[in-house]
Design a protein around this ligand. Structure first.
Ligand SMILES: *Cc1c(COP(=O)(O)O)cnc(C)c1O
Length: 304
């Protein structure tokens, strides 16, 4: 069962959070970003007359090696719009069974795009070319039309795992053979870039559409801090009693681990919160800790 229990719990106003590992969305703009916002040249973005938005769009297009980009309010909206653009109602999209649109977009694929999602299996949030071949429908009047292949880089519920470039190429090629379009959910693409040394452009190259998230990306791509914190947290946690985690399975800033003792994950998360450390319960036994710009080494020590 995949459930984001802690997300639904109201935050108590009396608890002070010193170390916030709940999500990388909690990052706040740095003073430099705030200054830049104040000084930014603006205009009517609807008419394409906002030079700063235009510049941002050009930068993202360049970064991902695509012709153009559009600035949108959220990553969820990027995903849902991509589905609408690639698919007709009743079409089917192939995605790993842990994919964000299946679990965290409030039924958006069905509600907004009329898209059926076919979940694919595979370790750590990743499927392979064989799963694509198997997942594509045999064309016939009773079947939905397989239309879109979906890759999440890094995979959130796959534990922040980085899809190797060759695997990305192989699954997209498999999809192409069946006439599928390909979409890259790059909410944490820059984490994959930092972890693998492969450029965002190379990762995005096989895809028709790809996006990056500023709410996560603003903190995460600062790079060195993330990779360092991830390793440190991951290896420190594995040494603690009552914690089950394989550091080899931590690629980037998402650290998933299981509690094996008498208390369950929601209780453990509650007790951590009382100590000023916030993490998220992702199931009865599973906890997710997310490092980002605003968590430093002493913070990780505290959390451990
Ligand atoms: C956060 C996230 C999204 C959605 O992005 P928002 O900007 O929060 O709407 C989509 N996909 C993945 C993998 C994410 O982690």
């Amino acid at each position: 069962m995949i459930r984001c229990a802690a997300e639904d719990q109201p935050m108590s106003a009396t608890i002070r959070i010193d170390v916030d590992l709940f999500s990388d969305t909690v990052t706040r703009p740095t003073p430099a970003m705030r200054r830049f916002m104040c000084d930014a040249e603006v205009g009517d973005e609807q008419k394409g007359e906002d030079p700063t938005v235009n510049h941002l769009q050009e930068m993202v297009a360049e970064l991902l090696g695509k012709e153009a980009a559009v600035f949108l309010p959220s990553g969820t909206m990027c995903n849902e719009i991509a589905m609408r653009v690639h698919c007709r109602h009743g079409d089917e999209m192939l995605a790993h069974r842990t994919a964000h649109p299946i679990h965290f977009e409030t039924g958006g694929p069905a509600a907004l795009a009329g898209v059926n999602v076919r979940p694919l299996d595979g370790a750590r949030g990743q499927f392979d070319a064989a799963a694509v071949h198997e997942g594509v429908r045999f064309p016939g009047r009773h079947s939905p039309r397989s239309r879109l292949l979906w890759v999440e880089q890094t995979s959130n519920l796959g534990g922040g795992s980085v899809w190797p470039l060759e695997r990305v190429a192989r699954v997209v090629e498999a999809g192409r053979g069946h006439g599928l379009a390909a979409h890259l959910d790059g909410a944490r693409l820059m984490n994959a870039v930092v972890a693998s040394g492969v450029s965002a452009r190379a990762f995005a190259e096989p895809f028709d559409s790809a996006w990056i998230d500023f709410t996560k990306g603003l903190g995460a791509p600062v790079g060195a801090a993330l990779a360092g914190s991830r390793d440190f947290l991951a290896e420190g946690l594995a040494g603690l009693p009552g914690i089950k985690l394989d550091p080899a399975e931590v690629d980037t800033n998402l650290v998933f681990f299981d509690v094996t003792g008498s208390i369950d994950a929601p209780t453990a998360v509650e007790r951590l919160l009382a100590q000023g450390v916030r993490m998220g319960a992702m199931g009865p036994r599973t906890i997710r800790a997310v490092t980002h710009l605003d968590v430093d080494s002493p913070g990780i020590d505290r959390a451990l």
